[in-house]
Design a protein around this ligand. Structure first.
Ligand code: COA
Ligand code: AMP
Length: 637
């Protein structure tokens, strides 16, 4: 288990006493084309900017820089049980792939500052795409493949990409998911049309190309290779955006989280050694998807910046082919550290509770399991500790922060584990808990979890072309702080406990989704008068959505038929990732006298938790009706 001789306290104190000095020192790990004039300019941006005046390139640091000494080392190992294939790509090969693709993008007219949307499955080309953009200063925006056309269209309209990079299909377990029809539909829906698309054809399902718009990826690469075309790394300001990643916000409109180049590199590189305890040359695996922040930070950028071998796994924890898949990957590739979401471990536990499948694999390389993306429930953490016999580290962060806010820094020696708590704030973050009026609460008292400004390098400086929304969503409620929208408490030992969200976000299998967005979809159905979506506790996915709908008077079609349409509608508009499978028709929704829907109480009823009658309720009978409706569907009630 982690040692109690941790260097955490001295490291945190060093950061606290001189944050700029701390990050100046961390920045020595990065190759700069020009050093910063100011490590932190408090006058710039919404709360200050890091490494102002510095020039750099993220692709250079993630790829080219390693050619001296690591050219023949695997940079990426692509392991795809769903296509029964594996491919090892050295740093030298990665540089070649990325430089040629970057030249193709250039030839397609992509320039520094242009946006490029990447809508791809978990294949090496997705990583090449991100790095090629970074190389020429284009701003990538990766959209998760499990989102439907409308969600993609919303992101296209916000980012206004010059081009889109995509593939013919994704492979989800035994299913082949055609991506191209979704892309075509998204472009049809979007007001802002990309000039061109570059399409990677997969042998499992080829697609047609739109005349005059779509280019064949492989053909363009061949042509560029034949012509000896390669693009060099351009010099970027440290404060220039590297990418925009959309995440669910409190409305159906996603927030475009901006990540810069310089601070991002400094922070991620710092975490690899000091938080994850990983050395250059070791094999690091984040079992997530490049469409999420975990994929950006810990499948692609951090391991490559650190000179590690990154695993790119196209598969699931179970079913590809069985619940031993993770152990197989660890033993095949000598993985030292796995990072995944607790839900993956719940899935494995459900199928193989005694971890029988573990027995056949050589796990001798494996040192630690890191869990994040949703609350790590103590049962799952204990089970993972029991079967793996390595430290199991819960850590808490968000798309916005880009790297862990609270965690147990294994690289600094680690601290004693308290199951259910992600442990302590990392250097860079002063985490506090405030009450509704913005006053700090005593230890052990629940409240809003906030981070004192400024945010550290790597955290978002703003939202894409939405500075006002950035201020309003994160900075205005508690002046001087960043509002995480998570609720929880800090105990007497300084351990942070993250218990839930204060907004409409729910967490489904580690995927962040807005119930407000789902309500917008339900409300668009012609038979629906009003609706409410809540996140219900789920043994596997942590939470799953449940929609309550009140039908318009005069609608006399069978309820079951309408409910099935609603389920299909959410899948069509948001995507299968929402896992929206339960729409329940009720005569009325419970509300306060001022008309606010009592979603919190409905959730407690659905979860079978104790609940008390809200004093402000309009009609107490309605809660009984909700309980009955849930019971009739086999939900706790
Ligand atoms: N492209 C297209 N569709 C996708 C997709 C993708 N990249 N990813 C998921 N989907 C689809 C799935 O096929 C599924 O569709 P279905 O309703 O037709 O079955 C739906 O979206 C829900 O997917 P998922 O949440 O993955 O659930 P699942 O039931 O297929 O698998 C787990 C459950 C627990 C095995 C799975 O959620 C998992 O592996 N989680 C790991 C956690 C993780 O990666 N979190 C990311 C943040 S760290
Ligand atoms: P995302 O931006 O998709 O990474 O989701 C971030 C949100 O997931 C956080 O704001 C939390 O609500 C939740 N979350 C992530 N990690 C944890 C964790 N370790 N414990 C509790 N909640 C978490």
């Amino acid at each position: 288990m982690p040692s109690t001789q941790s260097r955490y306290h001295e490291t945190y104190a060093r950061w606290k006493s001189d944050p700029e000095g701390f990050w100046r020192e961390a920045a020595r790990e990065i190759d700069w084309f020009r050093p910063a004039d100011t490590v932190f300019d408090r006058e710039a941006g919404a709360y200050g900017r890091w490494f102002v005046g510095a020039q750099c390139n993220t692709c250079h640091n993630a790829v080219d820089r390693h050619l001296a000494g690591r050219g023949d080392q695997a940079a990426i190992i692509y392991d795809s049980p769903v296509t029964n294939s594996k491919r090892s790509i050295t740093y030298a090969e990665l540089q070649d792939e990325v430089a040629v693709l970057a030249a193709v993008l250039r030839d397609m007219g992509v320039e520094k500052g242009d946006r490029v949307i990447v809508y791809m499955p978990m294949i090496p080309e997705a990583v090449f795409a991100m790095l090629a953009c970074a190389r020429i200063g284009a701003i990538h925006s990766v959209v998760f493949g499990g989102f439907a056309a409308k969600e993609l269209a919303t992101r296209i309209d916000d980012a206004k990409p010059k081009i889109v990079l995509s593939a013919s299909c994704g492979i989800e377990g035994a299913k082949v998911v055609a991506y191209k029809p979704l892309l075509d539909e998204a472009i049809r829906l979007a007001a802002s049309k990309p000039e061109a698309c570059l399409i990677w054809q997969r042998p499992q399902l080829a697609c047609s190309r739109a005349e005059g718009r779509d280019l064949d990826w492989a053909q363009e690469i061949s042509k560029a290779r034949a012509a000896g075309r390669k693009a060099e790394c351009v010099s970027m300001a440290a404060t220039d955006p590297l990418y925009v990643l959309y995440t669910s916000g409190t409305t159906g409109k996603p927030k475009g989280v901006v990540r810069d180049n310089g601070g991002h590199m400094v922070a991620l590189k710092w975490t690899m050694k000091n938080f994850f305890g990983v050395e250059p040359g070791e094999v690091f695996w984040a079992a997530s998807d490049v469409g999420w922040v975990v994929g950006h930070s810990y499948i692609v950028y951090a391991p490559l910046l650190h000179g590690c071998t990154a695993i790119l796994y196209e598969g699931k924890p179970v079913g590809t082919p069985d619940a031993g898949a993770y152990w197989r990957v660890i033993s095949d590739h000598g993985v030292v550290t796995l990072f995944t979401a607790p839900t993956a471990f719940r899935a494995i536990k459900k199928e193989d509770s005694r971890a029988e499948l573990l027995k056949g694999y050589d796990m001798s390389s494996f040192r630690a399991l890191f869990l994040a993306g949703e609350r790590a429930d103590p049962d799952t953490v204990k089970w993972a500790e029991d079967i793996l016999k390595v430290p199991v580290i819960d850590h808490w962060w968000q798309t916005e922060t880009g790297w862990p806010v609270v965690g147990n820094p294994l690289g600094l020696g680690g601290l004693p584990v308290k199951h259910g708590s992600p442990t302590v704030p990392l250097p860079g973050y002063t985490v506090e808990v405030l009450d509704e009026s913005g006053r700090p609460v005593p230890p052990g008292t629940m409240g809003a979890i906030v981070i004192r400004l400024p945010l550290p390098p790597g955290a978002l400086p703003t939202l894409w072309e939405a500075e006002d929304r950035f201020r309003e969503a994160y900075l205005s409620l508690y002046p001087g702080y960043y509002n995480t929208s998570d609720a929880g408490y800090i105990d007497e030992d300084g351990y942070v406990w993250v218990m839930g969200r204060t907004d409409d976000i729910i967490n489904v299998a580690g995927h962040r989704l807005s119930t407000g967005g789902m309500e917008e979809v339900l409300a668009s159905h012609p038979a629906v008068a009003e609706c409410a979506v809540i996140g219900m506790r789920d043994m596997l996915k942590g939470e799953v959505p449940c929609g309550f709908v009140v039908l318009k008077s005069g609608v006399n079609r069978p309820q079951a038929e309408i409910e099935a349409e609603l389920v299909a509608l959410v899948r069509e508009k948001i995507g299968p990732v929402a896992a929206f499978r339960l729409a329940i028709t009720v005569p009325r929704l419970p509300k306060t006298r001022s008309g606010k829907i009592l979603r919190g109480t409905m959730k407690k009823i659905a979860d079978g938790d104790n609940w008390s009658m809200p004093a402000t309720i309009d009609d107490p009978m309605i809660l009984d009706e909700i309980g009955e409706a849930l019971k009739s569907r086999g939900v706790a009630g």
